[in-house]
Design a protein around this ligand. Structure first.
Ligand SMILES: *Cc1c(COP(=O)(O)O)cnc(C)c1O
Length: 364
């Protein structure tokens, strides 16, 4: 299907803000943007100039990383910005809705709220390790639903949605809604990316980010990979100069071959630690369940989540109680904690917390 059919009719032809950078025709004496002709003291990046809205070198590097054409790529202030753009572009306030499967990443619902779009919830199946219920999702999609968010690996449960299930979802949503697959943690998973589905279906979009595996959360660089016509519309809705020059520089640095190799080896270490922590915690009696994770965090179901949080806090370790709004947990005993996988030393410190009363080794 043509994904523009899912874009608000009033925005399909909207040209957005005509910034000086976008209108510039070439030439090197820049007197078109009311900038300072002089750099600030100590500035070696040329911060007196507005950045390119979508810097060509960064687009090229990310297109190479994700193996897509630059025209299929939108670079934003984190993938969070791309989520917001998608919701604003496709959902008319008070009329359209997004579909989410809680427990999942909170920003989908936040962006829907800000846009006054509805939220249709089809919970993950708690009794099946928080698996996505593809058929229930398809059944819940009515005329109001403009997009279905699928987080894979899912935050906070860590599980993935296999490609055949995503393909089934894409086929069922054809002509009805966008399928947005959030792959913020894809690098930590041992599966293939849904980017291959973007090539098959114009209404499938994938979110990626440099925030997690590439260690650039502070730079705020995320990508949306989607149909080029949809990307063009979304670029017109963005802030005029969304990507700060220092962030663009940091991203280009992180995408140099030796940095990419380092990131890959760190991902390998995180996976090893994930396996080590999973095994250790599965052996503790106070831990009822360690969900199989393909991400850089683990979701634990424990007897007493508050006690675990407190015991960790006493040692200066901050954990997170995941948001289970919209999930029916009446039949699920205990509470949940989400734990980011840190360095081996940090993980050892956390294991000590569990050794000290938050859970006991199971009797052999
Ligand atoms: C961290 C996270 C993001 C946000 O990524 P940014 O690129 O930093 O905005 C997106 N989706 C999920 C599921 C996340 O956990």
């Amino acid at each position: 299907m043509n994904p523009l059919e899912l874009v608000r009719a009033d925005l399909r032809e909207f040209a957005g803000y005509a910034s000086a950078r976008r209108q510039a025709q070439g030439g090197s004496v820049l007197l078109n943007a009311n900038e300072s002709p002089w750099a600030a003291p100590g500035d070696s990046l040329g911060l007196n100039r507005y950045p390119s809205p979508q810097p060509e070198a960064l687009l090229a590097a990310l297109a190479d990383l994700y193996q897509v054409d630059a025209g299929s790529l939108l670079v934003g202030r984190g993938s969070d910005e791309a989520i917001d753009l998608l919701v604003r572009a496709c959902c008319e306030a008070g009329r359209h809705a997004v579909l989410i499967s809680p427990p999942t990443f909170g920003m989908y619902a936040v962006c829907a709220r800000v846009q006054n779009a509805g939220i249709v919830r089809v919970p993950l199946r708690a009794e099946r390790g928080f698996a996505l219920d593809v058929e229930a999702v398809l059944e819940a999609v009515d005329d109001s639903v403009r997009m279905v968010f699928v987080c894979s690996p899912n935050n906070p449960s860590g599980g993935i949605v296999p490609i055949p299930a995503l393909r089934r979802l894409a086929e069922g949503l054809d002509g009805r809604a966008l399928l947005v697959v959030d792959e913020a943690y894809a690098e930590f998973a041992e599966t293939v990316s849904a980017i291959s589905l973007v090539r098959e279906h114009r209404h499938v979009a994938v979110l990626r980010t440099l925030s997690k595996a590439y260690a650039l959360a502070g730079a705020r660089i995320g990508s949306l990979i989607a149909d080029p016509d949809l990307i063009r519309v979304l670029r017109n809705l963005m802030a005029p100069y969304p990507l700060p020059t220092p962030s663009v520089q940091a991203a280009l640095q992180a995408l140099q071959p030796q940095s990419v190799a380092l990131a890959a080896s760190r991902v390998g270490l995180i996976r090893q630690e994930r396996a080590r922590l999973t095994a250790r915690w599965r052996a503790l009696s106070g831990v009822r369940e360690v969900y199989a994770s393909q991400a850089n965090f683990l979701l634990l179901r424990v007897d007493d989540a508050e006690a675990v949080m407190r015991a960790a806090a006493d040692r200066g370790i901050v954990l997170r109680k995941p948001d289970f709004a919209g999930v029916d947990l009446v039949s699920v005993e205990g509470g949940f904690v989400r734990i980011s996988i840190g360095s081996p030393e940090q993980n050892d410190a956390l294991l000590d917390v569990f050794g000290a009363g938050a859970g006991q080794e199971r009797a052999a």
